[in-house]
Each structure stands twice: as structure tokens, then as C-alpha cells.
Design a protein around this ligand. Structure first.
Ligand SMILES: NC(=O)c1ccc[n+]([C@@H]2O[C@H](COP(=O)([O-])OP(=O)(O)OC[C@H]3O[C@@H](n4cnc5c(N)ncnc54)[C@H](OP(=O)(O)O)[C@@H]3O)[C@@H](O)[C@H]2O)c1
Length: 300
């Protein structure tokens, strides 16, 4: 987290979904002086935010009633539908000038439907998926992709600037989520290629740190090869983004590709590998725990 809290800002922000990402975004918004109202289905996950000054309420409806901007950070499109349109959903707490901004990673086609239903109900709607996990969200250093009405994006830009070090406005509903899926496709493949490189080096009897040292001296290095790969070698799979959630995103990428006739052979294979890893009990690990599943395959 940054240094000290600033003066309270006038804009009230709501967060629905205080899992790993929602909690970190919330802590940072509190840190830079926003008033924060939060809801999470499992209440224990709001305790840290409460300790840091957030108001915890009993339903998404109360979040909406007390916020100008309601940020949803939940698992998938079904969860977004639940928190917006459920019996105590956001839509019941609607008021003039309120906007819902969805930060969850969801199917762009579902997002377009949600956007249409929300805007028809007279509420502004933005898609704001992000790149980067809780470890960077805590310092406001996410990368944010936005779509929806440009004037609404501009209205809340100050908040997005607090959340992210870079924000990209991308156009109509569905666009940001489509680009976000193309991003997560990179994450899934990079974790797989590092897993196989490390496994091959180890099985061949060499120190995988040498593999990483050389890889990171070349054009082919990535943030992942310079960062999490060292944790992968040490078998440290403390989650910042779970393997189960990345598998969920691969399902969404697959469905989205199918809906626009994009043939993605690597995605098909990756989806199966992550699904097998989840079925084998690796779902709650960090997504980089895919290396543990790959390593196990060599033991057979
Ligand atoms: N972690 C990252 O690095 C990262 C980065 C970018 C985007 N994302 C995306 O952000 C979203 C949240 O990710 P996360 O890492 O914070 O996951 P997480 O820790 O697993 O949290 C998931 C959140 O969704 C809520 N939820 C799930 N189903 C729900 C439902 N039907 N109704 C209400 N709430 C529901 C959970 O509530 P409970 O606590 O009650 O289960 C929890 O708050 C996902 O779409 C993920 O793909 C994550």
C-alpha cells in the first residue's frame, strides 16, 4: 500500500466481491482516501477491508444505494448477473448518476447482454477488466481496459487512474472483455511454456535457474519468466490468481472463439490441460501451479 491516507474524497465507491482482487483494489482505494462500501457473499472476506475503514453491508442493494460507482469483481458472468439482478441486487438500489463498472473477467457476449439490461433500467454501465493481480492492485498499478459510453468513462476516470497506472478506453460494450480474454490466453500459454521448460531442464538433470538466467538474458524473457518462474522452481504456488479461475477463463475464451468462428488449436489443448489439473486437485493453487501437474505427468 502507498504512504498515508489523503483527505476523504467525495465520490463514494462500492465494491461487490472482495475475493483476492476485489479486496486489494478496495484497500488501495481506502488508502488514497475514497469512502468505500463493500459486500461479499462470504462475509469473512470483508474483515480486512472493515479494519481499514470500509463500510460492510448486507447486500448488493445497500452497496448501490450508498455508492456513485459500483465495481463488481466476482467470478464470472453468472455471478455478475446474480449480484446485479438477484433478489437484493444492485439494480434495486439504483439512483440517479449511479454507474456499475464490472471488473470481473467474463464472456463478452454475456457482458453485452448485461450492459443492455442495465442501461435499459436507466443505470450507466462500463466494462473495466484489468491485467495484474492483487500484488499490484494494492499499489494502484493495474492495467485497465474500459468499454461502454466514453462520457461515462471520463466521468469516473479519476477513480480508474487511482486503480490503474494505465487505462485504455476501447469503445463499445464487449470490446474490453474480448481483449482481456486475449490477454489471459497469453497468461495460460506462458505458464505452460515455462512449466515445460523448467520440467525438461530438471528431468535432463540441470538446474532450472540456469534455464531462467539464460532465458532472461534474451528477447524471449517475460515478466513471468523474471518473476513468478522463480517461485515455480521453489514449488511456491501461493495464489494471487487461482488455477481454477484461469481454467474458467479458458472455457470463456473457447466459447467466445466458437461464437466468432476463430479456430484456436492451442487454446483447446491448454483448456484440457488446465481442466485435468483442476480435476487432479490443483484448482486452489496459483495458476503457475500448473507446473506441479505437468511434473506429475512425467512420474507415470
Ligand atoms: N486475481 C487476479 O489476479 C485477477 C486479475 C484480473 C482479473 N481477475 C478476475 O476478477 C474476478 C475475481 O477474481 P479473484 O482472483 O478475486 O477471485 P476469488 O478470490 O476467487 O474471488 C471470487 C469472488 O467472486 C465471488 N462470487 C463468486 N460467485 C458468486 C456469486 N454467484 N454471487 C456473488 N459473488 C460470487 C466470491 O464470493 P465468495 O467469497 O462468497 O465466494 C468472491 O468474492 C474473476 O473474474 C477473475 O477472473 C482476477
Amino acid at each position: 500500500m502507498g504512504i498515508s491516507r489523503g483527505r476523504k474524497k467525495i465520490m463514494k465507491i462500492g465494491i461487490i466481491g472482495t475475493g483476492m482482487l476485489g479486496e486489494a483494489v478496495g484497500l488501495h482505494l481506502l488508502d488514497v482516501g475514497y469512502e468505500l462500501i463493500v459486500f461479499n457473499r462470504t462475509k469473512e472476506k470483508t474483515e480486512n477491508l472493515k479494519k481499514n475503514g470500509a463500510i460492510v453491508v448486507e447486500s448488493p442493494k445497500y452497496v448501490a444505494e450508498n455508492s456513485n460507482l459500483v465495481i463488481t469483481v466476482v467470478k464470472d458472468a453468472d455471478a455478475v448477473n446474480d449480484v446485479i439482478f438477484g433478489s437484493s441486487g444492485v439494480i434495486i438500489g439504483k439512483h440517479d448518476g449511479m454507474c456499475i463498472a464490472d471488473m470481473s473477467t467474463v464472456n463478452p457476449n454475456s457482458s453485452k447482454e448485461i450492459s443492455k439490461k442495465v442501461t435499459t433500467a436507466g443505470i450507466d454501465y462500463l466494462e473495466i477488466p484489468v491485467m495484474g493481480g492483487p500484488n499490484v492492485a494494492i499499489d494502484g498499478k493495474l492495467v485497465l481496459m474500459a468499454s461502454g459510453r466514453k462520457d461515462i468513462f471520463e466521468k469516473f476516470k479519476k477513480v480508474f487512474d487511482a486503480i490503474a497506472e494505465q487505462s485504455f478506453y476501447l469503445g463499445n460494450a464487449g470490446t474490453a472483455h474480448s481483449i482481456k480474454l486475449a490477454m489471459n490466453l497469453q497468461i495460460s500459454m506462458l505458464a505452460l511454456s515455462l512449466s515445460e521448460g523448467i520440467t525438461l531442464t530438471k528431468k535432463a538433470g540441470f538446474d532450472p535457474e540456469i534455464f531462467l538466467k539464460i532465458l532472461n538474458s534474451t528477447y524471449f524473457k517475460t515478466g513471468m519468466s523474471e518473476g513468478k518462474a522463480y517461485k515455480m522452481i521453489k514449488e511456491n504456488y501461493e495464489p494471487t490468481f487461482t488455477l481454477a479461475n484461469l481454467k474458467k477463463d479458458l472455457d470463456t475464451i473457447y466459447d467466445t472463439a466458437d461464437s466468432c468462428n476463430a479456430e484456436l488449436p492451442m487454446t483447446k489443448l491448454a483448456r484440457k490441460i488446465y481442466a485435468d489439473a483442476k480435476d487432479a486437485g490443483f484448482g486452489d493453487m496459483d495458476y503457475t501451479g500448473i507446473i506441479a501437474h505437468i511434473a506429475k505427468l512425467s512420474e507415470k
